[in-house]
Design a protein around this ligand. Sequence first.
Ligand code: HEC
Length: 442
Amino acid sequence: MAIQSRALAALAALATLAVAAPGYAGGNQTGPTYYKDVLPIMQENCQGCHRPSGQNLTGLVAPMSFMDYQETRPWARAIARKVEAREMPPWFAAAPKGVFSNERGLTDAEIDTLVSWVDAGAPAGDRADAPSARRWTDEANGGWEHGTPDLVVRMPRPYRVEDDVYDLNISFYMKLTAADLPEDVWVRGTELRVGDNRITHHMCAWVYPPDEQVRADGSRVEDGSAVLGEGATAEVEGSVRLSCAAQGSEAGMLPDGYGVLLEKGSVIGFHMHYYKEPGPGTAVTSQAEIGLFVSREPAQYAVRTEEIFNRGFQIPPNHPRYRVGSSRVLEHDTHVVSLWPHTHKRGTAARYTAIYPDGTEELLLDVPNYDQGWQVTYKYREPKVFPRGTRIEFDSWYDNTPQRAARQDFDSDRFVGHGPKTNDEMSLGFFSFAEAASILEP
Ligand code: HEC
């Protein structure tokens, strides 16, 4: 204990020497301290991802934990840099503010506190000033954040991501048996456990309707809960995206009254994107799970996910900022619950705009620094209502230059169009919504 605190003091002293800016006396008693000023900010804004990984951090887990002073201190410089640049906590939308329930960000005052704490040598301060430790619901709950799911569906079997795999998109399908799901239910929320966090770039869960027995690649989905095949993502009429987990997205509960119909006999799709350094001994076995929170009471609003898309584009070689646009006119009054812009490696920005029937325009989402490593779903606090006849535009921008290609590992010397591989591109403006016409009679 004594040794530990002496080592700490030495570390702090060293750090003070190394980083103290002119004008700050080392150990300045009036400036911010870790326990009093920094820890509350980190509990609120950082620890959700920066903590030792439980099984289920739905892809949010960060490689370094910031739970206490000892863990945080070595990262002080990096923390100041990341918060000043507004790169942490991760949030990519410049506008609008205050409308998405999962919005993250620090106030200017909080950034000032963190930066001046670091500038002053990152002093610990008095432990008695510390707030009590924050409790995380998933830790007390077998890894599930929203309580015990009503139904847990696992990938048909653990999947071995072999030594030579670097970047792999693969899908698994499970048909729900009568034992899994004896009757139709409404999904109110979904939590994903991606399996092995270290190799899972992201994962999406979809529901395919019971009568949909043929996948996009032409193979048949067999009855029973056997292995239902592996292949590319099926694009199937009537399918519904439940949720995706990637760095930056989290478990999803729908607003009250909204639900996704899960019919008995449906097929659940696990669309996995694995990503790791290839090499001998790097193989990892992983099995994802989907926890479903359901109710038998019909939801008032039936939610489905569709995309505003353009699959006809060709991004020219070496183009620094190519725009791909698409739009869609809403046929009914529509309640939008979330937006999810999706591109691949060349994508640098994305935007959704509404053009109302009376011609007025509204910026719905502006992501000026899109990063495909963070597949954020922007969830409305309150579902956003659009009258029928509203046109929603989705625009995305691409950098197909050798400079970006060198960082992101793609070929910038060719035209690139829509395709499923990470080296192809996509311009998909997903949105999850309920149409007023889908409102069910009680
Ligand atoms: C949504 C999850 C999430 C939240 C919230 C979050 N981080 Fe991170 N952070 C990550 C992940 C994942 C990484 C590693 C990957 C990366 O650097 O993009 C990371 C990396 C970092 C790094 C290391 C950068 C480097 O130099 O390698 C720092 C420092 C950091 N975060 C600080 C913070 C601070 C400070 C906060 C709160 C104000 C915060 N993070 C909130 C997920 C998060």
